[in-house]
Design a protein around this ligand. Structure first.
Ligand code: PML
Ligand code: MG
Ligand code: MG
Ligand code: MG
Length: 259
C-alpha cells in the first residue's frame, strides 16, 4: 500500500433506526484503502455488516473519504494470550493487569461499578485520577478511526508469533496499538459486544496487549471499551488523535525486540 492517496473507509450498521435516531448498534468497521482497492474495501465492510451475529441491519452506511494528513506507521503492541476457565477468573486477571499499567485499585473498582451504566457504542474515557468519565459523548462515545493493518503484513506477524490469523485480533490489535501509542493513554480494557465472542483484553504501552480468553458469557451482547487516560490538558486534541490521525500498523521484524 503506497503512502499516497489513501482513503478512509468506514462502515456502521444498526437495527430499526440509525444510531443517532436511537437504533441499536450491530456492527462497525474501519480500513484504509488505495483508490484502486476501494471497490474491494467497500465489499469487505459490506460483508461484515450483512453477516453479523448481532443481527441484520435496517440502517447501513459506508463512507469513503480521502486522507490528507501524513500516515504514521506503528509497530504492533506485543501480544500475550492468558487462558482462563471462567468469567470471574478473567475479570480478576483484567483488574490485576489494569493495576499493573498504573491505574489505582479504587479507580478500577469505581469504573467496574459504573460499567453497567455505560451502554455506549464507542469507547469511553476515564480519568485515572478522579475515575470520572471525561469524553462527554453520552451514548455515542469515541470512535477510533483511520487505521488499518495490511493483511499480508499481519499474516506474516501472526505466523511468526504463532497466533491465529483472526480478523478480530487484527482489528482489535490495530485499534489498541493506535490508542496506546498516545502518551495520555494509560490502559485500555475491552471485550466484544458480539454474542458469539467472549474473549477480551487489557492493553497498554508498557505491558502490551494481553488477551484474556473469557471476559463474559456467550449470548451476552454487552460489550465494553474503556480508555484510562492521564489528566488531559486538551481533551479535544486527544479525541482528534483517536478519530483523525491516520495510522498503519506495520510489523518490522528487525525492530521487534520481542522476537
Ligand atoms: C470486538 O470484537 O469488538 C473486540 C474483540 C476483542 C478481542 C480480540 C482478540 O484479541 O481476539
Ligand atoms: Mg464491531
Ligand atoms: Mg484492513
Ligand atoms: Mg462488535
Amino acid at each position: 500500500m503506497g503512502q499516497s492517496r489513501l482513503y478512509s473507509v468506514r462502515m456502521r450498521a444498526s437495527e430499526k433506526e440509525s444510531h443517532e435516531n436511537g437504533g441499536s448498534h450491530i456492527s462497525g468497521g474501519e480500513l484504509l484503502s488505495t483508490y484502486s482497492e476501494l471497490r474491494m474495501s467497500v465489499d469487505t465492510l459490506l460483508e461484515k455488516a450483512l453477516n453479523h451475529s448481532r443481527g441484520k441491519p435496517d440502517f447501513l452506511q459506508i463512507q469513503c473519504e480521502i486522507v490528507n494528513q501524513p500516515i504514521k506507521l506503528l509497530n504492533p503492541l506485543t501480544v500475550q494470550t492468558n487462558v482462563v476457565n471462567a468469567v470471574e477468573e478473567g475479570q480478576e486477571l483484567a483488574r490485576y493487569l489494569l493495576e499493573k499499567t498504573g491505574v489505582h485499585k479504587g479507580i478500577i473498582e469505581k469504573t467496574y461499578k459504573e460499567i453497567p451504566e455505560y451502554p455506549v457504542r464507542g469507547a469511553i474515557l476515564i480519568d485515572i485520577h478522579t475515575g470520572e468519565r471525561v469524553d462527554q459523548r453520552i451514548d455515542k462515545g469515541v470512535r477510533v478511526s483511520r487505521m488499518d493493518w495490511q493483511t499480508k503484513n499481519f499474516e506474516k506477524w501472526a505466523t511468526s508469533k504463532s497466533v491465529p490469523t483472526n480478523p478480530r485480533l487484527k482489528e482489535a490489535l490495530t485499534l489498541a496499538t493506535k490508542v496506546c501509542n498516545h502518551q495520555s493513554t494509560i490502559a485500555e480494557l475491552c471485550w466484544s459486544d458480539d454474542p458469539d465472542y467472549i474473549m477480551g483484553y487489557v492493553a497498554s504501552k508498557n505491558i502490551g496487549y494481553h488477551r484474556i480468553t473469557q471476559l463474559k458469557d456467550y449470548d451476552d451482547e454487552r460489550g465494553c471499551r474503556i480508555f484510562f487516560v492521564d489528566t488531559l490538558t486538551d481533551i479535544n486534541t486527544y479525541m482528534s488523535y483517536l478519530e483523525e490521525q491516520p495510522i498503519l500498523v506495520q510489523w518490522e521484524e528487525e525492530e521487534d525486540h520481542d522476537t
